[in-house]
Design a protein around this ligand. Structure first.
Ligand code: PMP
Length: 433
């Protein structure tokens, strides 16, 4: 492919001219990347970048198993899931088998937004209600219902003022910089439970409580111990359902567990998955009980042209095979634990690091100007990400203050790559940015 600097600049201008302006791209002057392999991204100039941000490809880029399965299937047959073929049955069975009892029934869709949207609609249909409780500062997607329950101001500065009246936010249970910190974080759950009880008393009992099972937008912070157990009990006592958004936290990223909700010792009523499920191929799912799924009949039928197509089903099966055969979850635990220790060691030398959040390969390095006031180091975080890119590491800010390094690399990350990231971050923090 042509790749002179002039041609790459022209290509960027063409992108700008043909894309809606709100569809942003990474970096002011993005490297043109046309290839990937494992945790590496390769620019057309031959430069190799370490991808520390891409949680859509847990198996790594250019995975041969997924590529072969999909290309073979595309040559053979691709159609919609109203036809009868083996792959979709096998995939639905394997997803159900991975899910705890009594979650045994699967809807297949194409993305995380579709999965959380459908999860909310399933809950509305199953309960005949219209109100939903969601955690503030969360992101669940861009479709109408998934956007409605998203309140992250990083994604939409008007989020709080523009939610529909059926969405009720409860405080972000962030023990580091939320309204309750440290040991006081135990107050988030009773307060959320009280908010649910108040809604019920006001004649608006919620259809559901939806939350990520590990707080992604805050940079991969575990929810306070017992949080989901208490809030799930409260929503169920009010006759509503517990929806777990596992789009980021699920599929082994936390290392110790396959599902994020296992970290909290709970079983939800509805699970939404995507991202990792297809390793970048569009695939998402809602997993729930037979009884809850049956109540969706009140909405007519459910159909998605490409959700659960033969190609997406074989992509999903190839991903599950790789999880079984390639030790990805164990790698997330081992490499992630070591990486977290090394980042914590950096924090002892660089006061800008206010905290290193997370577990497994779901980590967040939070930058603050002052460890007492926790003033977010937002501009510094942007500049550090730019400098890291110059040094060969792809990294992006996350969080409502955009002051956390979104450390969610492919789960095949090896120790050498993790060490390279730490060395480059150390260098930037030492030399300046
Ligand atoms: N839920 C969570 C927790 C997410 O992080 C995302 C994507 N960032 C979504 C849902 C939406 O997924 P998608 O982009 O595949 O629509």
């Amino acid at each position: 492919r042509p790749n002179s600097p002039e041609e790459n600049a022209t290509l960027l201008a063409r992108r700008t001219a043909s894309f809606a302006e709100v569809q942003e791209h990474y970096y002011e002057a993005p490297p043109r990347i046309e290839r990937g392999w494992r945790e590496h991204l390769v620019g057309v100039d031959g430069r190799v970048h370490l991808d520390m941000v891409n949680n859509v490809t847990p198996l790594g880029h250019g995975h041969v198993g997924v590529a072969d399965a999909v290309s073979r299937q595309l040559r053979r047959l691709n159609t919609n899931s109203r036809f009868h073929y083996g792959a979709v049955v096998e995939y639905a069975e394997r997803l159900a088998a991975l899910s705890p009892d009594p979650l045994d029934t699967v809807f297949l869709v194409n993305s995380g937004s579709e999965a959380t949207d459908l999860a909310v609609r399933v809950a509305l249909a199953a309960t005949g209600r219209r109100d939903v409780v969601a955690i503030l500062e969360a992101y669940h997607g861009w479709t109408y219902a998934s956007d409605a329950v998203s309140t992250s101001v990083a994604d939409n500065p008007n989020a709080l003022e523009t939610r529909p009246d059926w969405v009720h936010g409860v405080d972000a249970p962030n023990p580091f910089r939320g309204v309750h910190r440290g040991a006081d974080a135990a107050r988030y759950a009773p307060e959320a439970a009280a908010a649910i009880a108040r809604l019920a008393a006001d004649g608006r009992p919620p259809a559901a409580f939806i939350a990520e099972t590990f707080f992604g937008n805050a940079g991969g912070i575990p929810l306070p111990d017992g949080y989901l157990a208490e809030v799930y009990a409260a929503v169920r006592a009010a006759g509503g359902l517990a929806i777990a958004d596992e789009v980021q936290a699920g599929f082994g990223r936390l290392g110790h567990w396959f599902w994020g909700f296992e970290q909290q010792g709970v079983v939800p009523d509805v699970i939404a998955v995507a991202k990792a499920a297809g390793n970048g191929y569009p695939l998402g799912a809602v997993i729930t009980t037979r009884e809850i799924a049956a109540r969706f009949r009140s909405q007519g039928y459910f159909f998605s042209s490409t959700g659960g197509s033969p190609a997406s089903s074989v992509a999903g099966l190839a991903v599950l095979d790789a999880f079984r055969d390639e030790g990805l979850q164990r790698n997330a635990l081992e490499v992630g634990t070591r990486l977290k220790h090394r980042l914590e060691e950096l924090a002892t030398r660089h006061p800008l690091i206010g905290a290193v959040h997370g577990l497994g390969l779901y980590l967040g390095v939070e930058f603050v100007r002052d460890r007492a006031t926790l003033e977010p180091a937002t501009a510094e975080t942007a500049a550090i990400c730019d400098r890291l890119r110059e040094l060969g590491v792809i990294m992006q800010p996350t969080g409502d203050h955009q002051n956390v390094l979104k450390t969610k690399p492919p789960l095949c990350l090896d120790d050498d790559s993790a060490d390279f990231f730490v060395a480059m971050l150390d260098r930037v923090l030492t030399e300046g940015w």
